[in-house]
Ligand binder design. Structure first.
Ligand SMILES: Cc1cc2nc3c(=O)[nH]c(=O)nc-3n(C[C@H](O)[C@H](O)[C@H](O)COP(=O)(O)OP(=O)(O)OC[C@H]3O[C@@H](n4cnc5c(N)ncnc54)[C@H](O)[C@@H]3O)c2cc1C
Length: 467
């Protein structure tokens, strides 16, 4: 017996649920299938819990800094990790339950709670039942990559998922991986009170960024007492008493380090290996990502792939944008495309990094004639008033057509202020639009017009002088 629907959505990440709602609005009988927790990574072990934990860590940090602001706290500051976790769990539960009850309440939407697997191009099996639809949308997301490392089967370790269960303070947390996820956890646990060591195999943290940005981020991390081991590759782990030992292939420093706990933050892999893609003839690339075209169609007619599993984004906002692209093409007579979007993301350390468009390295590689404006955060009134002056801002513009090519804002509110730049990029306007705008005082954004009034040629090596 095959049960027929007009549409099937697999996974309840950031694009599946809004698309299911839209499909049903359009009158289509829709099935949505979730095997674990509703809301997927962002809600359960990604953005929402990490930013909730980061908020607790910041509270501890600011309490320790209270005297800088003339505020007296008598006695030591300590974090109660059980309460930190309880707060996080409550916020996560509210969001996940919200997604689940929303889907349960949608007319024409049937929710299945189990693992889905393709058995034919437009047929999936769930709960021993076969469901068929002319349109199937895959939103299965990804999970933490676990490297094939000698000794890993002998030690206990955390990933971004299992670390969500921690309700105690690790004495010394070793983090393998110094990119976005690793650094958010590094600063968070340091501020909770742990000793933290970050092991990064290359010469720079967050290597996707320009060197001046990664260097400034390293200064922030080290300034808070985080030990950063660069050019150090973890090549083996072993049990050391109650803790864990790591053997490093490194240029400087001790090749053997020990800690009480270990977190792996070495990238993500798509959840596509157990989806029966072969049975449906759906193609993946060498890393398991589902191949899609510019409108997110797979090679099999009637099957789309959205979110992290298509390898075209890796963020909550890119997954949601995938939903918008698919819906606009299906129902809006609006041929939106993945290539329309401008890369944008943030690293939510403190101070945050807001990024959009190209890096200086990419601009130089493209051979463009470019100008750059830079501004140190210690020359921003708002930052000085808050005694949070770390970081700098830089915006790169095309010297010929005056369009903004990219920006990196590492400083307080950098994750918000970046949208000033991003929206001007989407408008395709000249940077002079920002330069001539009157911004509100005292804010961080008020300095953008001034900074853009003083552009320099982008130096060959892409490094900016910090003013
Ligand atoms: C620690 C961490 C922090 C992050 N912070 C940010 C951030 O600050 N900002 C940001 O933009 N992004 C962040 N991300 C990335 C972000 O969480 C993801 O890009 C986002 O969740 C998009 O995921 P998705 O829609 O592709 O699917 P997911 O959210 O991964 O959901 C996929 C769902 O499909 C289900 N599923 C999988 N296979 C099957 C199957 N066969 N049958 C049924 N169901 C299935 C899964 O159980 C899951 O619920 C972070 C990620 C991590 C790990």
């Amino acid at each position: 017996m095959v049960k027929r629907y007009d549409a099937i959505v697999i996974g309840t990440g950031q694009s599946g649920p809004p698309l299911a709602a839209r499909l049903t609005d359009e009158g289509l009988e829709t099935a949505i299938i979730e095997r674990k927790r509703f809301g997927g990574t962002c809600v359960n072990n990604g953005c929402i819990p990490t930013k909730t934990l980061i908020a607790s860590a910041r509270a501890a940090h600011m309490a320790r800094r209270a005297a800088d602001f003339g505020v007296v706290i008598d006695g030591p500051i300590r974090t109660d990790m059980r309460r930190v976790k309880t707060r996080k769990d409550a916020i996560v539960r509210e969001s996940s339950d919200g997604v689940e009850s929303w889907l349960d309440g949608i007319e024409r939407c049937t929710v299945y709670r189990n693992h889905a697997r393709f058995v034919a191009p437009r047929v999936v099996e769930v709960d021993g039942e076969r469901l068929e639809a002319a349109r199937i949308f895959i939103n299965v997301g990804g999970r933490a990559a676990v490297p094939d490392m000698p000794g890993l089967d002998q030690v206990s370790y955390y990933t971004n998922s299992s670390v969500m269960d921690v309700d105690f303070l690790p004495e010394h947390l070793l983090i393998v991986g110094g990119s976005y996820i690793g650094l958010e956890f590094a600063q968070m646990y340091r501020r909770f009170g742990s000793r933290v060591t970050v092991v990064q195999r290359g010469p720079h943290l967050v290597p996707r960024e320009d060197e001046d940005v990664s260097d400034a981020i390293r200064e922030v991390m080290e300034g808070e007492g985080i030990e950063v081991r660069l050019n150090a590759e973890c090549i083996g782990v072993s049990k050391q008493g109650e803790g864990v030992g790591m053997h490093l292939d490194c240029e400087d420093g001790d090749p053997d380090i020990t800690g009480s706990h270990m977190l792996l933050a070495v990238g993500r892999v798509p959840n596509t290996q157990d989806l029966g893609l072969d049975a449906a003839g759906i193609e993946t690339d060498g890393n398991g990502y589902i191949k899609v075209d510019d409108q997110l169609r797979t090679n099999v007619e009637g099957v789309w792939a959205m979110g992290d599993c298509n390898g075209r984004g890796g963020f909550t906002h890119t997954s949601y944008n995938d939903y918008e692209i698919v819906a606009a093409n299906l129902f809006g007579d609006d041929p939106r495309r993945v290539s329309d979007r401008i890369p944008a993301y943030a690293l939510f350390i403190d101070p945050p990094l807001g990024r959009c468009g190209m890096t200086a390295r990419e601009v130089i590689a493209s051979g463009r004639n470019a100008l750059v404006g830079t501004w140190a955060m210690d020359a921003v009134g708002r930052a000085r008033e808050r005694s949070e002056t770390q970081g700098f801002m830089k915006v790169i513009v095309d010297a010929e057509n005056e369009k903004v090519l990219g920006a990196a804002l590492l400083g307080i509110e950098g994750d918000e202020v970046i949208h000033v730049i991003l929206d001007v990029m989407y408008a395709g306007a000249s940077y002079r639009t920002i330069q001539r705008a009157m911004h509100i005082h005292p804010t961080v954004a008020e300095l953008l017009p001034t900074m853009l009034g003083d552009l320099e040629p982008l130096a060959e090596q892409g490094q900016t002088q910090r003013v």
